[in-house]
Design a protein around this ligand. Structure first.
Ligand SMILES: [Zn+2]
Length: 377
């Protein structure tokens, strides 16, 4: 389900912001495009996973199609026609109502927010496939030629554009090169470098960057009801993305992270036999649940990075804020070269596992190579 919720009724229609956390420059660019009647036919939204690419694309689709803002809307925000259900006229390309925010409450806004508007479509990889195929793109090509029936603009949001099969990308390129009048294509990607250059060059590229910790924590307290201490911890752990923060804030997720950190502390004190036993447990999980093994190694990586940050006097950048005293203890008892070696070894192991090396051997090596306390035999 999509993330856009109906707006609280207290929202004033003349407020010149969209329902988006952060990304002020991107919102401003899209909003001004609408206000000036200069909307591009194709956009590329890039940024890390969870940063809000789909949320922004859907809010843009709302702003383009909100029944209270489209051509024919009056100044008080009410439509003078039949609630936006009439056929769009040639004025479909004209300026909207000053780029004001979509109401979030009209029928179209609600349908778009729920991902149920038939002319605002989200297209992506369809499991079990791992690429976007011609079969996923071909229907858009045909549909895009038809005039919109219940929208000012048809919007196609194509997610993970870096996973477009070259043949599917070529099909899409035709629609982008000869765009039907009332169609907007929005591609999203975590990796613009890996996205077909001919497509990228025809899109207006909008980059979304992670929020600062302070801005994200503020949002989590104000709009999501988190207690301040928890909001600060979640903001630090999530890498500055709202999507990441919502996953991290889950109790199970926080408990799992705490367990992984406790396990690591035990391993630092453990002897060779105990370390090998833990590694064998990881190796057994690798075949069925590789994500859980990656999570373990990423937790180790975050830990050692924090230790190194403390050693370098950059304590304000650590992410495991609730474990500061244990981090300080490790920073005091291990040499920076030991920590740097631990980081390199965990990174190498993650890379080797992705290259299908002998997982058991790789995990034995990384467990044995962890820094040792004076308790470890
Ligand atoms: Zn609306």
């Amino acid at each position: 389900m999509f993330l856009l919720a109906p707006r609280p009724s207290s929202r004033t229609p003349d407020l010149m912001v969209w329902d988006i956390v952060g990304h002020d420059r991107a919102v401003d660019l899209l909003r001004r495009g609408i206000a000036r009647g200069r909307v591009s036919h194709a956009y590329l939204l890039s940024g890390p996973a969870g940063v809000g690419k789909r949320t922004l694309a859907l809010e843009f689709a709302r702003a383009l199609n909100c029944e209270r803002l489209g051509p024919g809307a009056t100044k008080d925000g009410e439509r003078c026609t039949d609630g936006g259900r009439s056929e769009p006229s040639s004025s479909v390309l004209g300026p909207w109502s000053g780029g004001e925010p979509p109401c979030g409450a009209c029928r179209r806004c609600r349908l778009i927010g729920r991902g149920q508007h038939p002319e605002v479509r989200v297209i992506g990889v369809e499991p079990p496939h791992r690429i976007i195929r011609i079969a996923d793109i071909a229907p858009i090509q045909a549909e895009a030629q038809l005039r919109p029936a219940d929208a000012w603009r048809k919007v196609y949001i194509i997610e993970q554009a870096e996973l477009l099969h070259p043949d599917a990308a070529s099909r899409l390129l035709k629609t982008i090169e000869e765009p039907p009048e009332a169609v907007i294509m929005i591609l999203t990607t975590v990796d613009p470098e890996a996205t077909m250059e001919t497509i990228v060059s025809r899109c207006q590229h909008v980059r979304l960057r992670p929020l600062t910790r302070a801005a994200l924590a503020d949002h989590l307290v104000r709009d999501r009801g988190l207690l301040p201490d928890r909001a600060v911890l979640v903001a630090a752990l999530s890498g500055g993305t709202v999507g990441g923060a919502l996953c991290t804030n889950d109790d199970t997720s926080l408990e799992k992270r705490a367990r992984l950190i406790d396990d690591l502390a035990s391993l630092i004190d453990a002897d060779r036999v105990e370390r090998l036993s833990y590694a064998r447990g990881l190796a057994d999980r690798w075949s069925g649940r590789p994500e859980s093994v990656r999570d373990t190694l990423h937790a180790w990586l975050r830990w050692w990075r924090d230790v190194l940050l403390l050693q370098r006097g950059l304590g304000e950048r650590i992410v495991n804020l609730d474990r500061r005293s244990a981090l300080e203890r490790d920073a005091a008892r291990f040499a920076p070269t030991t920590i740097a070696a631990a980081i390199a070894q965990v990174r190498d192991t993650l890379m080797m596992l992705d290259q299908n090396v002998n997982a058991r051997l790789a995990l034995d090596v990384v467990a044995l190579g962890l820094p040792r306390s004076e308790l470890a035999a």
